[in-house]
Design a protein around this ligand. Structure first.
Ligand SMILES: [Zn+2]
Length: 470
């Protein structure tokens, strides 16, 4: 089966040029001007942009948390991703008591309904000699990434010795450590004090997780990576000082890379003071306007490497059902913490919003170029996580994950427009210009305007190679 996309303007991480693209079966076979061929389908992309499908390196689908579960599974979350132009998503396997094999099996089962291509990172939330010995076995499962936490004492956190040893093991096996950086001890202390003083409102979520903890933990993580001679990838950078620390370490040759997420570019902790403040609760929390600005600078000047979403949606009011694909469904959500901020599930929707929102508020607003947009949302994550050039590239031989992007299309964005399975949207009422028109996954048209043409089980588990340090 051959599809010819004619007259589009291709945007890659480095170039912008006019060309036609020929898709044969699942891959891009040719790119060039005035391609003539006996294609089965032709798509006219005049006045449209052609981007490589988005790669979201950080999502949490079907993740159990606080007596509920994140409300998108590997089908609904992937479908929403596709409508936003993302064709590859990576989520995190919870480390069960039984060990890595069992944990990965569970996640493979959950992902059988995948609608876009996917891969997993492994949460390394316990560390002892036995676990240390089995870490290299993850390479056999082509899961080359370990996530560690410097917060969530007694639940997810490793001590610095464990993190340092994990970095050494990663170095020796060609793996990459990803790090959630906050100060667990400070957070536990402040949280206990806030509760003892009777503070229960959502804003206390932010007030008990200060930015300095993230700043200090990011520098600590970079310093440990340098001492272990291993690369490290810091997830969801949210504070100005973290960007400063990233820059400081990178200027000194430390192999540290940084990801931010849309929520940290647009919102502040003041959103948590609203009556519906629970909608904005995620960890780490949103910070201040100055932090938003410094993160944009970090994207403009290339200190940061990627933009993920940390998509981990919950209903605002899970007692009320919503209709999804014709069925009513209710899933307990933020209301679980109505009387105690520590019981509000941590996380936000965003997997569909990422690219349209960043196009309008990043590219159209002049903070990043179209090429940087592609680099941060697709090419760089593909390179860092060992998927390039199969993903994140418009080159012959690459998977035909292609987005035909309409830079003129205007949308009043919000929950009615979104396929994320939740009852609210952070960008409700925002006027966006620039959206995906058609989305191809390995040559198959899965989104055509407002029409869903993808399917459960249409996504593939990706065998990754060793990643690059950017
Ligand atoms: Zn996350």
């Amino acid at each position: 089966m051959k599809t010819l996309i004619k007259n589009g303007t291709l945007i890659t991480a480095s170039d912008t040029f006019k060309a036609d693209i020929l898709i044969e079966d699942e891959t891009i076979s040719r790119i060039g001007l005035n391609l003539e061929t006996d294609s089965d389908h032709q798509v006219d992309a005049s006045a449209k942009l052609i981007l490589p499908g988005g790669v979201d390196p950080h999502v949490h689908l079907d993740l159990p948390m606080f007596d509920t579960v994140s409300s998108d599974d590997h089908y609904t979350g992937h479908k929403a991703a596709a409508f936003g132009g993302t064709t590859t998503a990576m989520d995190f396997v919870v480390l069960e008591h039984e060990g890595f094999d069992h944990s990965v099996d569970l996640w493979m089962k959950k992902a059988e309904k995948a609608a876009i291509d996917y891969s997993f990172h492994m949460n390394l939330t316990r560390f002892d000699d036995k676990i240390a010995k089995t870490i290299p076995s993850l390479m056999g499962m082509v899961i080359q990434t370990l996530k560690v936490f410097t917060a969530y004492n007694g639940r997810l956190r490793l001590d610095d010795g464990g993190i340092f040893k994990a970095l050494q093991i990663a170095r020796d096996n060609g793996m990459l450590v990803m790090a959630h950086c906050e100060n667990g001890d400070v957070i536990e202390t402040l949280t206990a004090q806030a509760l003892a003083q009777g503070h229960t409102e959502p804003i206390w979520h932010a007030l008990t997780r200060p930015a300095w903890g993230a700043v200090e933990a990011s520098l600590r993580m970079a310093a440990m990576a340098e001492q272990a001679d291993a690369p490290v990838y810091i997830v969801h950078m949210n504070a100005a000082g973290e960007v400063d620390m990233l820059q400081y370490a990178r200027e000194r040759g430390v192999k540290v890379m940084g990801e931010t997420c849309p929520q940290y570019l647009f919102f502040t902790q003041d959103h948590l003071r609203r009556d519906d403040g629970a909608k904005w609760i995620c960890s780490p929390p949103m910070r201040t306007k100055q932090d938003n600005t410094r993160l944009w600078q970090g994207l403009s000047n290339g200190v940061l490497q990627t933009i993920g979403t940390d998509h981990c949606p919950f209903y605002f009011d899970g007692a009320r059902s919503i209709v999804y694909e014709g069925s009513e469904i209710a899933i307990p959500g933020k209301e679980l913490g109505m009387h105690d901020f520590t019981k509000i599930p941590n996380g936000l929707p965003g997997i569909q919003d990422r690219m349209p929102v960043l196009w309008t508020c990043g590219v159209n607003a002049g903070y990043i170029t179209p090429n940087q947009f592609v680099a941060y949302t697709s090419t760089n994550p593909a390179k860092i996580f060992g998927l390039y050039p199969r993903k994140g590239a418009l080159v012959p031989g690459a998977d035909a994950d292609i987005v035909i992007w309409d830079p003129e299309k205007q949308v009043r964005y919000g929950v009615a427009h979104s396929h994320q399975r939740t009852d609210y949207n952070l960008f409700e009422g925002w006027e966006l210009q620039g959206c995906p028109e058609k989305v191809f996954l390995r040559g198959k048209l899965i989104v055509n305007g407002d029409e869903w043409k993808g399917k459960r089980g249409g996504g593939k588990f990706l065998k990754r190679n060793a990643g690059e340090v950017l």
